[in-house]
Design a binder for this molecule. Structure first.
Ligand code: TNX
Length: 507
């Protein structure tokens, strides 16, 4: 009797819970990994699935991040244990010296075991994003079932700098909004968030030695809203939040132009000693710090000093764009002096492509946005270029002529145009070795809310993530658009205010 009972019991539980079937074909990984070898079978993640960590505390944190994300999706609490023994079933996070590339990782998933090996915790974090994209979530009356298809993946990035920029000056965005953007970036393995903290319309970072910058300069924004700013504590909170996702924050103080908010806060920074009115329009190129006054350099040095204290990342962005009210003969010594200050405090300067007019130190970075001659001249000086071509990567450009937000001075950028370019061949005589990476900026003259941010960045941001991570040979619009289509469910789950381009067969 007992055997029959047992048999019935097994039969009943099997019929209740059939084997979970998932397939790689249903999954569109973005960015596409260097190699994917799909296998038969599915690993099912259960409440009881153990996570083992063979590595340091940082790796434990990454495993925790994975476990917490699974918890948000499914309510499962996956326990984490450390283990240096050979594991036969469960999920294993492991540091492996065989993985040589920075941020590199390897996933081996079978029905019983998922192994995520990485060069270091950062590589493991990128690999976790792949695992989360591989995850299929099936919901029925019995609850949620989670599966990961059996697969072998080897992966690492093509460019070390894979970034995006938020303009928090033209319109201010809260700490929580920036954090949400950071989370979204992390899903696609982006690793740099550049914050455009100052401009004519607003100064957004507390500088303790110059308190009026935020008190006056932070008090408004485009069209006269309330503006706002980050205290240094809030800024550190953003930096730490980003760091936990292996994203570096790069702060930008734009100068000598784009400085009306500072000039309006302190009359002594103006050549004539008179503070201009605060500015809430969208013109560019009318303001300049006073190049001949010594107080200008005291001001800049104080700002850089305080910024460096709250910036663990290696870079400080010094702006330098559209300084149309600064003579070139003034601009050059200004940039040279500010460049030196950044090095003096142990950081590396980045500037918009115009800074190439100054003699640059080899480690400095030039961000190409508009002028190819500037980019080429920078490379001739032996510095590396960050690719942010406005005609391809400016996420404030409209998708098409009826896009309700955005500008179009650099042209319309539909989802295909945003994806279908190669940083290594865009500018003749600039090749991969001259390029540190790609950054997609979102200028915020017309962007007021998180929904606006999402509408302009999604889905284009996924394209920039793939351009900067994946090998050229695997990038192809026809296959990309099918993978992008498969991201629909996930983007909706994350409540992203997606622009549903007709060029993509959304699923
Ligand atoms: C040009 S791009 C600017 C910004 C504007 C942007 C609008 C750059 C370095 N400067 O000041 O916000 O165009 O698209």
């Amino acid at each position: 009797g007992k055997t029959i009972f047992l048999f019935l019991f097994i039969f009943a539980s099997c019929s209740k819970k059939p084997k979970l079937q998932t397939s790689m074909e249903d999954i569109g990984l973005i960015p596409i990994p260097v190699s994917v070898d799909s296998q038969p079978g599915t690993f099912e993640i259960l409440e009881s699935t153990p996570i083992y960590v063979n590595g340091d505390d940082e790796l434990v944190k990454v495993a925790n991040y994975f476990s917490e994300t699974i918890h948000i999706i499914s309510d499962f609490h996956l326990e984490i244990a450390s283990s240096s023994e050979e594991i036969k079933s469960g999920v294993l996070f492991k540091i492996s010296s065989e993985i040589k590339n920075e941020e590199g990782y390897k996933i081996t998933a079978s029905e019983n075991l998922i192994t995520l090996e990485a060069k270091d915790a950062e590589g493991a974090f990128r690999g976790v994003q792949t695992l989360l994209q591989l995850l299929s979530v099936q919901e029925n009356a019995d609850g949620i079932r989670l599966g990961i298809p059996a697969v072998k993946i080897e992966d690492y990035p093509q460019y070390e700098y894979r970034g995006s920029m938020l303009d928090v000056s033209r319109h201010f965005f809260s700490v929580d909004e920036v954090k949400r953007y950071i989370d979204l970036m992390a899903s696609y393995k982006l690793n740099v968030l550049h914050l455009h903290l100052t401009d004519d319309q607003g100064w957004r970072i507390e500088i303790k030695s110059w308190p009026k910058l935020t008190k006056i300069g932070g008090s408004t924004e485009v069209d006269g809203g309330d503006g706002g700013f980050y205290t240094q504590e809030q800024y550190k909170d953003i930096v730490n939040y980003a760091a936990a996702r292996y994203i570096t924050i790069i702060p930008e103080i734009d100068m000598p132009g784009h400085t009306n908010a500072a000039l309006a806060s302190y009359p002594e920074l103006n050549c004539d000693g008179n503070a201009p009115e605060l500015y809430t329009g969208t013109e560019v190129g009318f303001s300049s710090l006073c190049i001949d006054k010594e107080i200008t350099y005291k001001f800049v040095e104080d700002v850089i000093k305080e910024l460096v204290e709250i910036t663990p990342g290696p870079y400080i962005h010094i702006g330098g764009d559209e300084s149309h009210s600064t003579e070139l003969e003034d601009y050059i010594p200004f940039v040279t002096r500010v460049q030196d200050m950044v090095y003096k405090y142990g950081k590396t300067p980045i500037g918009w492509d115009e800074i190439r007019h100054a003699k640059l130190k080899k480690a400095s970075i030039v961000q190409f946005w508009a002028n190819k001659e500037n980019a080429k001249a920078a490379v001739k000086q032996g510095v590396k270029v960050l690719m942010s071509p406005s005609a391809r990567s400016y996420m404030d450009m409209k998708y098409d002529s009826i896009t309700p937000l955005g500008l179009q001075w650099a042209g319309l950028i539909n989802v295909k145009k945003a994806y279908n370019w190669n940083p290594a061949t865009l500018v003749d005589s600039i090749s991969k070795k001259d390029i540190i990476g790609v950054e997609a900026p979102l200028w915020a003259e017309t962007i007021e809310t998180m929904e606006d941010i999402e509408y302009m960045t999604f889905p284009r941001l996924l394209g920039y993530a793939e351009i900067s991570w994946s090998p050229d040979s695997l990038r192809n619009w026809e296959t990309y658009k099918l993978r992008l289509a498969k991201q629909y469910k996930d983007l909706k789950l994350k409540n992203v205010n997606l622009y549903e381009s007709k060029m993509v067969p959304w699923e």
